[in-house]
Write a protein that binds this ligand. Sequence first.
Ligand code: HEC
Ligand code: HEC
Ligand code: HEC
Ligand code: HEC
Length: 204
Amino acid sequence: MLHRWMPWSTAAALAVLVVAAAARAEAPKGPPAMKADARPERKPEALVEAEAPPFSEGIYPCSACHESMEKNATRRELGFHDEQQSVFAHGTPDRWCLDCHDLQNRDVLRLASGATVPFTESYRLCGQCHGDKYRDWRAGIHGKRIGHWDGQKTYFLCVNCHNPHSPRFKGVQEVVADGKKTVAPTLTFIKPEPRPVRPEEQRR
Ligand code: HEC
Ligand code: HEC
Ligand code: HEC
Ligand code: HEC
């Protein structure tokens, strides 16, 4: 029985193929993109910036105070901004506030070239002194991206993980900025969770 049934199925398959080929030959020619064997064109990954951590209340715009203040570029002990001064540990003693903040317009950051960048593009500031990390970050090696594996991704900015005034990584916490969930660097080291209890320790 089996040997007689086999050729039959082969013949049937051939017939289907012939019919399909005829149908294809008759089908009107579509645009090349419609070809069945053409791969869909790969769209570049959509990358979305995470919200930067929120400013402390009442501190931005900085110009609210600074516009009317006398501009003083001398490195000194400040009578204000204790929060930044008390933790400041970023390339000290060589680096200081005005390596990053602009003296003339306090609402923007300042690059070594003298060009200014908005706070939303602070990674350009970091990138000029940490070129290796910046390149890795752009390539998705350093830092973190969340989202779809083959679609839109949100990537964290340097300042989502590193406090610019005390940049050594200590951990991050969830915060809300502009109504969206994001992360902000913590200033005290997050302790690792205690290890799970081993089975032998559970025995009485
Ligand atoms: C390495 C660059 C860098 C240096 C040096 C630096 N800052 Fe900043 N600072 C930043 C960046 C970037 C931000 C914005 C961070 C963000 O988007 O969350 C910021 C934010 C701030 C803020 C707003 C903080 C808040 O709570 O919202 C203040 C105030 C400030 N800096 C003051 C200072 C003072 C004072 C000094 C010097 C003691 C200083 N900064 C040194 C880069 C720097
Ligand atoms: C409530 C007023 C106020 C606001 C808002 C404010 N500052 Fe200041 N800031 C001061 C005062 C006062 C000093 C000077 C302290 C001193 O000379 O002892 C100062 C000094 C500084 C300095 C040292 C250099 C300089 O110009 O004297 C930096 C850098 C600085 N502020 C950054 C910022 C940034 C960045 C912001 C916004 C994110 C900001 N400040 C917002 C009051 C303010
Ligand atoms: C003007 C140059 C300059 C800029 C701009 C700058 N850094 Fe740095 N950064 C330094 C120097 C110098 C060190 C100290 C390197 C060392 O000690 O080996 C450092 C150290 C660090 C470290 C390591 C800290 C540690 O203790 O391990 C981190 C993280 C860091 N920076 C992040 C940032 C981020 C994020 C920004 C942007 C907000 C930034 N840096 C902008 C010069 C800079
Ligand atoms: C998702 C969080 C995250 C983001 C975003 C991120 N970093 Fe880091 N970074 C880390 C962690 C974690 C370490 C390792 C800390 C350690 O080893 O203790 C680190 C280490 C570093 C160091 C120190 C490396 C060393 O050799 O000691 C530098 C400098 C640095 N980052 C710069 C940057 C810059 C610049 C950006 C943005 C272009 C950035 N980071 C973005 C988490 C982040």
